[in-house]
Design a protein around this ligand. Structure first.
Ligand code: MRU
Length: 367
């Protein structure tokens, strides 16, 4: 993804020192582009918990590097115990994103192959890099599969603009590169298809308004910001051809956890016969949970709803109070869209229905 014409990933090891990791502090976007250095496990945990980084794939990549940072700072003779504690801390940092546990487990498995502590430390770094590269590659590939769907829609509309609605940010910033929901959009743009994106603002963090709209603008994709409540109306007016969203965790039976409000979009799409797709790398599948309602849903502080932040006239990022003091607010971060409302899952291996059989057929290594 390009920022001011320069290519960036959302996370990368410091090229001069493998013992630190660089991220973009997403809390400051789109107003300020600030690169932050993570040097310790605590830095990585705080970055995930406090939303310097967010989005399923990037949370996973940061967790992978968090394990590496724990390893490089471990006292001699205490590596195994340090990694076990790091895994617990990271696992608890955000409960819904599946990629987090997936990445932590992958590093834990990888270190078993090392004989000495030095070997194991190298393995934590190599595995974090592998997770990162794989995330980018899987998103790029799922974009190619998603392109087929957009191409068919474009043909059916005889080349007229395809209007795609998306919720939250399942873009480049939520992964290492390309994004999940945005990868087919970038592929369609590259294929010369006329596209336009409706971007839900996504209260309370406004990831759509602050991140997705900015990201698409950087890539010259035509897009329009809408309020979270506008989607249903646009669908009724024939202004939406398809919905593509990301997911923080999808069960192997096809139920989808994604940013709060996704379920309402799926209901409206269903009522208006509009295809509703979910784009995900396979690292987001939960192979154990059968029913989406058993996915842990993160509940964040109500303060995120009662206050709002933006840039003031002096160019400083400021948070202001929105509500009367003492207003109670309930802040669930995610909701569950049942498989029956999902038209298809766009994965790095192809597009499938949101059904157990189809998912297991495409990923037979998960019995
Ligand atoms: O709370 P966030 O910003 O970490 O939530 C993640 C999201 O941005 C969305 O739920 C997204 O659609 C899925 S993450 C690929």
């Amino acid at each position: 993804m390009k920022i001011n014409k320069q290519h960036y990933r959302t996370i990368w090891p410091d090229p001069e020192n493998n013992e630190t990791v660089m991220i973009i502090d997403q809390r400051k976007l789109p107003h300020k582009f600030v690169i932050e250095t993570l040097s310790t496990l605590d830095d990585a945990v705080a970055a995930i918990k406090d939303m310097h980084v967010r989005g399923a794939g990037l949370i996973g990549a940061t967790a992978g590097f968090g394990m590496h940072l724990a390893a490089v700072n471990a006292k001699e003779g205490h590596l195994a115990e340090t990694l076990k504690q790091a895994a617990q801390l990271l696992d608890r940092s955000r409960p819904t994103a599946r990629n987090l546990k997936w990445a932590v487990d992958r590093v834990l498995q990888a270190v078993n192959k090392g004989k000495t502590e030095e070997d194991k430390k190298i393995l934590t770094f190599d595995t974090a890099c592998e997770i990162t590269d794989e995330d980018a590659e899987f998103c790029r590939t799922l974009g190619v599969h998603g392109l087929d769907i957009i191409t068919d829609l474009s043909k059916a509309k005889q080349g007229k603009t395809i209007n795609i609605l998306t919720h939250c940010n399942a873009g480049w910033l939520a992964f290492v590169d390309y994004g999940s929901a945005t990868a087919p959009i970038y592929a369609a743009r590259d294929a010369g298809i006329d596209i336009h994106v409706w971007v839900d603002e996504t209260r309370p963090w406004n990831q759509g308004a602050k991140l997705t709209a900015w990201e698409l603008q950087q890539e010259n994709i035509p897009c329009t910001l809408i309020t979270d409540n506008a989607g249903g109306h646009l669908m009724q007016q024939g202004m939406v051809d398809m919905v593509i969203v990301g997911t923080d965790r999808t069960t192997h039976t096809g139920d989808v956890a994604n940013k709060i409000g996704t379920y309402l979009k799926a209901l409206a799409a269903h009522d208006n016969d509009i295809p509703f797709y979910v784009a995900l790398p396979s690292s987001t599948f939960d192979w154990e949970i059968d029913n989406g309602n058993d996915i842990p849903i993160e509940e964040r502080s109500g303060d995120e709803i009662t206050a709002i932040s933006g840039i003031n006239k002096n160019g400083n990022i400021e948070t202001i109070q929105l509500t009367a003091p003492g207003t109670r607010a309930l802040n669930y971060s995610f909701d569950i869209t049942p498989a029956r409302l999902v038209t298809g899952l766009i994965t790095e291996r192809g597009v499938i229905t949101a059904e157990k059989e189809a998912i297991h057929n495409l990923f037979p290594e998960h019995p």
